[in-house]
Design a protein around this ligand. Structure first.
Ligand SMILES: *Cc1c(COP(=O)(O)O)cnc(C)c1O
Length: 466
């Protein structure tokens, strides 16, 4: 068909609305919505016909018969519009805290607590003993104090925590930070920008690879309002390096009468050193004398999105009174989930918290599951094996360090294409690709997802053979 023929074949909206698919959607969504979608589709088609992008007698993306093509386009749009945008994903990447995949899956206790709190009214800001207005921060405050040994408050996320701590403790003055810690983490979060937006001036000291306590000391002047330390999070500086310790910085802060703040990033409550990682639990930083620490709720803590600010009682109280605290506060569902996660910690139920369970899973247990999955795949005619690999904690918790694991490796004609098919599947599956093979790490896959994962892998490979 040529251009004029395509124009001639353009259907009217009325004709399209009589097709069964349109009638069914109109019943569900009403005529206005459906008519608008058909109008939009026809407009796009008209533009495509007028464009230069044609191949084999078709404007790109459009087929003949025209009515059906338009109907299909609308059908897909409406299906997308009416299904949830947020969907469960099988994370076989081996990255335990995957920011793009929603970070920490929640403990069952946290999920039930959220559901129960969501369903009805609660004592969020009501003191049941006094029969009077209460404070929402008590719901996590007591538990955090029990776990950390210091008073703490909760805000929307760690970025908000750093912002608020700086704003209250250092606005209008200089904050001393090492050049080796001026980090950027995902989605444009940069320490210098947070500093500036909280009303502080950045005073950089040291060099990229080495900053000594003398560098901080030399920078302190009458404009200085705080000393800041930042976890390097998503990168490692190796070789000829030096970093001032928390205790040294705390001592300088006390000498100079300046508050010290440590952005711990992930902030472990659980001691990950048992698994070969370097990071010390949050409490040790505070015991070393640092005044205020901040960390995320949904990284190694294993809870919901939140930011915790903990430390010296008088400073935490000041931060709580800052007017911005009201703007950055968390809702009842976050308190419910965070409280339940912390209770699991206090009760020693570490394996009830998925992030900790994944971290603690013995490599042999992963190997047994990986071999079972491989056998199933081989039984289904797929070329598969198991191979040693490394999982990572992710979320900027332990850069450059890994955990031993076993990967299921699947050969296919085009690994990149198969990987894309897995992402587009239902449920979507995220795997790694290496040496032209799909690599699935079961450390981050709940055992009940092994079967759906096996089916998805087999289907993705089979589709490549056709
Ligand atoms: C992850 C991280 C943040 C940001 O935390 P959010 O909870 O995502 O706001 C800030 N600083 C460091 C060092 C981090 O690792």
């Amino acid at each position: 068909m040529d251009r004029s023929e395509w124009y001639r074949k353009l259907p009217s909206v009325d004709r399209l609305l009589q097709r069964p698919v349109a009638v069914a959607w109109t019943e569900k969504l009403g005529a206005e919505r459906v008519t608008a979608e058909f109008r939009g589709a026809l407009e796009l088609l008209r533009e495509a016909i007028g464009s230069e992008h044609w191949s084999n007698g078709h404007p790109d993306g459009w087929a003949d018969p025209v009515d059906e093509a338009v109907e299909q386009w609308v059908e897909q749009r409406l299906a997308e519009l009416t299904r949830p945008s947020l969907r469960p994903v099988i994370n076989a990447s081996g990255v335990v805290i995957h920011t793009n995949l929603g970070r920490a899956p929640l403990a069952e206790s946290a999920i039930s607590a959220m559901a129960e709190t969501a369903r009805g009214y609660s004592n969020l800001e009501y003191d049941l003993d006094a029969g009077a207005r209460g404070r929402r921060d008590v719901h996590a405050g007591r538990l955090l104090a029990a776990v950390l040994g210091y008073p703490a408050i909760v805000v929307n996320n760690n970025a908000a925590a750093i912002y608020l701590a700086l704003r209250e403790l250092a606005a209008g003055g200089e904050v001393v930070v090492s050049r080796g810690e001026l980090i950027e983490i995902g989605d444009g979060f940069r320490i210098p920008d947070i500093l500036e937006s909280s009303g502080c001036r950045l005073r950089e000291v040291g060099t990229t690879n080495r900053t000594r306590i003398q560098d901080y000391r030399a920078a302190v002047n009458e404009q200085t309002k705080a000393l800041l330390r930042v976890h390097r999070s998503n990168f490692a500086i190796v070789g000829f390096t030096e970093r001032a310790g928390a205790a040294e910085l705390a001592e300088l802060g006390h000498e100079a009468g300046l508050p010290t703040i440590d952005d711990l990033g992930s902030g472990c409550l659980y001691d990950v050193r048992k698994h070969g990682f370097e990071d010390a639990p949050v409490r040790e930083t505070l015991d070393a004398g640092i005044d205020v620490v901040t960390f995320s709720g949904d990284k190694l803590l294993g809870g919901p999105q939140a930011g915790v600010i903990a430390g010296r009682a008088d400073l935490i109280e000041r931060i709580r009174r800052n007017p911005m605290f009201r703007a950055l506060r968390v809702d009842k569902l976050t308190y419910a989930a965070l409280g339940a996660t912390l209770r699991d910690m206090v009760l020693g139920n570490e394996d009830a918290i998925p992030v900790l369970r994944m971290l603690r899973t013995p490599v042999e247990a992963i190997r047994v599951r990986a071999e079972r999955l491989r056998d199933e795949l081989v039984g289904a005619g797929v070329v598969a094996g198991v191979t040693e690999g490394q999982s990572v904690l992710g979320g900027g918790s332990t850069p450059g360090q890994g955990l031993p694991t076993w990967l299921v490796s699947v050969s296919c004609s085009d690994a990149a294409e198969a990987e894309a098919r897995l992402r587009a599947g239902d449920p979507p599956v995220v795997v790694r690709v290496g040496e032209e093979r799909l690599l699935a790490d079961l450390r981050t896959v709940p055992e009940e997802s092994d079967q759906p994962l096996a089916r998805a892998l087999a289907a993705a490979v089979a589709a490549g053979r056709n």
